[in-house]
Design a protein around this ligand. Structure first.
Ligand code: CO8
Length: 258
């Protein structure tokens, strides 16, 4: 069995981290498999990516503690750099990504979920950055992405205390966008992915770019980027198709990524 599986369902790609005997913990082989699988994605044909974990208990229970237990300073830094490069590749995919958090999302697992655009969780999901209890820091972007997602005060509280939180608290603090009974999670995730896939692909990509890149700079630069991207959508076949349909009071033709 592959350590990372890719299932294509129409225009949706479902990536499953597949090491259930270790609750999908990320060792070097899993990270490498994820890296290679991301390289194979056809982001012109696919319109949304779902990331989930194999088995009923865990999304990803963290980086592999056994593998990290004997690392030197240099090995630790190289490990962090590699993990970060993979998660950044995921984050920078041009199409939207949804984490379907089906269980434990701890340490590197929480960081993987935070590298996706949207997080939907099972009622059984648990989130946390337990690293300081293991004598390390979050190392796959956790200090950066959690502070940006839920604000620095709450991120510091969770990271300094190494307190794990359950799905309802993750929802309340905005770490996840919705929580579902475990048996309904994947259907709800796929429903959202289909809805995204049904919208004009160039416009959806432009929105992702505007939000992600806009958040890196000041608001004036973000607004200038938005204006440029808005302009780039005008004149596309999809824009003409959708607006003509509105004006003619009929449904638009399916969008074609053009
Ligand atoms: N690493 C390696 N193996 C793991 C991990 C992990 N993170 N999590 C679970 N496993 C393994 C267990 O060792 C066990 O294996 P075995 O059956 O061979 O003993 C198997 O998965 C099942 O686990 P449990 O029996 O413990 O299952 P429970 O249901 O009793 O408990 C828990 C589930 C609560 C999730 C528990 O397994 C746990 O606490 N796991 C560790 C969680 C954790 O601390 N994660 C954070 C790790 S640190 C991290 O992710 C750092 C990321 C950034 C690093 C970058 C550095 C530069």
């Amino acid at each position: 069995m592959a350590l990372v599986e890719l299932e294509v369902k129409g225009q949706i790609g479902i990536l499953t981290i597949n090491r259930p005997e270790a609750l999908n913990a990320l060792n070097g082989d899993v990270l490498k498999a994820l890296d290679e699988t991301l390289d194979t994605l056809d982001c012109n044909a696919l319109r949304c990516i779902v990331v989930t974990g194999s088995g009923p208990k865990s999304f990803v229970a963290g980086a592999d503690i056994g593998a990290m237990s004997t690392m030197t300073h240099e090995e630790g830094e190289a490990w962090g750099k590699f993990g970060n490069s993979v998660f950044r590749k995921l984050e920078q995919l041009p199409i939207p990504t949804i984490a379907a958090v089906n269980g434990f999302a701890l340490g590197g697992g929480c960081e993987l979920a935070m590298s996706c655009d949207i997080r939907l969780a099972s009622e059984k999901a648990m989130f946390g950055q337990p690293e300081v209890g293991l004598g390390i820091t979050p190392g796959f972007g956790g200090t950066q992405r959690m502070a940006r997602l839920i604000g620095p005060g709450k991120a510091k509280e969770l990271i300094f205390t190494a307190r794990n939180i359950k799905a309802p608290e993750a929802l309340a603090i905005g770490l996840v966008q919705a929580v579902y009974p475990p048996e309904e999670l994947m259907a709800e995730v796929e429903k959202m992915a289909e809805r995204i896939a049904g919208n004009a692909p160039i416009a959806v990509r432009a929105c992702k770019k505007a939000i992600n890149e806009g958040l890196q700079g000041d608001i004036d630069a973000g607004i200038a980027l938005e204006a440029k991207l808005f302009g780039s959508c005008e004149g596309t076949k999809d824009q003409k198709n959708a607006m003509a349909a509105f004006l003619e009071k009929r449904p638009h033709d399916p969008f074609e990524n053009c």
